[in-house]
Design a protein around this ligand. Sequence first.
Ligand SMILES: [Zn+2]
Length: 434
Amino acid sequence: MDVPSNLQVLLCDAIADRRDDLVSLTQDLIRIPTVNPPGRDYRAICDYLDRRLTRSGFRTELIRAEGAPGDCDEFPRWNILARRDGRSPGQCVHLNSHIDVVEPGEGWTRDPFGAEVDNGRIYGRGACDMKGGLAASIIAAEVFIELVPEFSGAIEISGTADEESGGYGGVAYLAHHGYFSPARVQHVIIPEPLHKDRICLGHRGGWWAEIETKGEIAHGSMPFLGDCAVRHMGAVLDQFETTLYPALAGRHTDMPVVPEGARVSTMNINSIHGGQAEIPAESTALPSHCVPDSCRIVIDRRYLIEEDQADVKAEVINVLEGLKRTRDNFDYALRELNHVAPSMTDRDAPVVSTVAAAISDVLKQTPEFVASPGSYDQKHIDRIGKLKNCIAYGPGLLELAHKPDEYIDVTDMIDSAKVIAASLLRLLGPQREV
Ligand SMILES: [Zn+2]
C-alpha cells in the first residue's frame, strides 16, 4: 500500500505520547452522567466537546433534535457535529459516537461515574460503550491534523444522543436533515466497542411488538364465569415453544455475527403482565380475587438479513390466528412497537479495506470481520442517509457493555486511535489512494 510509512510511524508515536491526555479526556467524558433514559446532561457533554474541538480548530454546530421521542425542556436531545476542512477538496471521513450511556444498575464495586484508573484500565458506565471510543477518535483526529496539516477533504466528529434508545434523537435526526448524505460524507467509522482488531460490517434487524390476550373479569372463586387471559397467553407461549422457537433456531445467516450463537434468528420475551397491577412491595394489602381480563407480553425478535420483515411479522400472526381457530374464546391484539432493518456494508467497501489495511499495518494483526447481534446507529446512516460506506470500529470489549464494573483498557484505546489515524492518512493524506 502506498502510504508514507514514516508519516504513519510519526502519527503512532505522537498518539502514544498523548496517553495522559487520552486518559483525562475519557475520564472527563465518563464523569458527565449522560444516562438514557431519561437522556440526562446531553447539553453538558456537547458543551464540553464543543470547547475541546473548537480548540483543535473544528467548526462546531450544536443541534437539538426537537420533536424527537423524549425531547423536552427538561431533557433536550442535544447533538454536536464538528467539522475540520483540509487544505484542498477531497473526501469527508466522519467519526460518529453516541454520547448516551445506560443506567449503571446494581453490582458495581467502583463509582460508575468516578472514572477510576486502575492497572491500565478506566472504570465507569460508558467507559467501553462508548466514551473510550469517542476519546480515542478525537485524539486520532487531533494528532492527524497536527502532523498532516496539508490533508485534503474533511474530518467530521459527531457526538449523538439516544443510541441506547434507538437513535431517533441522534443519528436518525441528523440523517433526516442531510448530515449523512453521500454528497457530504463519504466514509463513516463508528467507534463502538468491537475490539481493536475487528471490523463490524453491520447488524441484524429487529422487530418489537406487544401481544395482548383478552379475557373476561369474574370472581376468582368462580373462574368459569369469566375467561382467564393469562391461560390464553400460556397457550401462545406454548405455541412459541413448540413451533416458532424450533423454526427460528433452524435459520442460519451468512453474516459473520458474533457471538456465534446469534447467527440464527432469535426472539426474547421481554416482559409479561397479566391481571391486576402488582401491589407495591412495601404495601401490606392483600390481592383481591379476580380472573384476569388482559395479559400482555412484549417480544423482541431479532432477524437475519436473509429474512423479510413482513414474514417475521406474519409468522407471529399465524400463531395467533391458529389459536383463534382452535381455542375457545381466544382473542388477541397485536401492537407493533418498533422496527429496525438489518444493515450490512460490503466487505470490499472503501472504508472496510482502508481500516483493514491499517489494522494489519499498525497492529500487525489480521483483521477479523464481524457483524453485531444487536443494532447500532449504522441502520440510520444506511437507511435514512443512504450512505453504504459505514463500519463500526473501536476499542473495548462488547461483553462489558451495559455490565457492572464496565471498563476500557488504555492500551486498547491507544491502539485503536493509531488505526483510526492511519486510516485518515490513507483516505486524506498525501499520496492517498483515490
Ligand atoms: Zn454503544
